[in-house]
Design a protein around this ligand. Structure first.
Ligand SMILES: [Zn+2]
Length: 209
């Protein structure tokens, strides 16, 4: 084989090899890019979830009885509450509804802990002040702290009742009656389960630290 031809062949194979390596590298780069883009998509998805979790957390006080978040719950619109709550939570807390007796999950709950507002997570009641009224609604003889609950007059049923709502977010909770003579206060806070979130004592105490 003439020397020039040998050189041409060598050159050709070098180019071919280079191209192959090039493609290989390009291919690898592409798959790396693909991987990293799908990885970043996953990251983005994670971020999305964590962001929405964070925003949910930001709307909830993290410490018992304290309100570390700066949310003004009175400014939240009805449309926004509708998004945040289930249909029954919305109906009762924002529309003064009442859940059917014995239908809620807490009327018979005897576990030790605190009950937080389903809307703003303020601690409203304590299991130590809960009693069995036999009415089918969770009943308490006092609020956890006086200031967490406000009262107003309610004539919805044609006679006067005292409505109770969460001071912090204005969620309707139920009513208070003076018909529990066996309790230390004589009062019966008749509260809808759907307005409450029960938190076991240890968990609530851990949050408070
Ligand atoms: Zn509240």
């Amino acid at each position: 084989m003439p020397r020039s031809m040998q050189l041409t062949r060598r050159l050709f194979s070098t180019i071919l090899l280079g191209k192959m390596i090039g493609f290989g590298v390009a291919g690898t780069t592409l798959s790396v890019l693909r991987r990293s883009s799908s990885a970043s998509e996953t990251e983005a998805a994670k971020k999305d979830t964590s962001q929405s979790n964070t925003s949910r957390l930001e709307t909830a006080p993290r410490k018992s009885g304290k309100s570390p978040d700066k949310v003004d719950y009175h400014q939240i619109t009805e449309a926004e509450w509708k998004k945040r709550l289930t249909a029954s939570q919305f109906q009762v807390t924002r529309k003064h509804g009442t859940e059917p007796a014995f239908s809620g999950k807490y009327h018979n709950n005897k576990n030790d802990g605190v009950y937080r507002c389903v809307c703003c997570k303020t601690e409203l009641f304590d299991s130590q002040e809960k009693f069995d009224s036999g009415t089918g609604w969770p009943s308490f003889w006092k609020a956890r702290k006086k200031e967490v609950i406000e009262e107003s007059s309610d004539d919805l049923l044609g006679y006067r009742r005292t409505e109770v709502h969460c001071t912090r977010c204005n969620a309707h909770l139920g009513h208070v009656f003076q018909d529990a003579p066996k309790t230390p206060t004589g009062l019966r806070y008749c509260i809808n389960s759907v307005c409450l979130v029960f938190v076991p004592r240890k968990e609530a105490e851990a949050d408070a630290k």
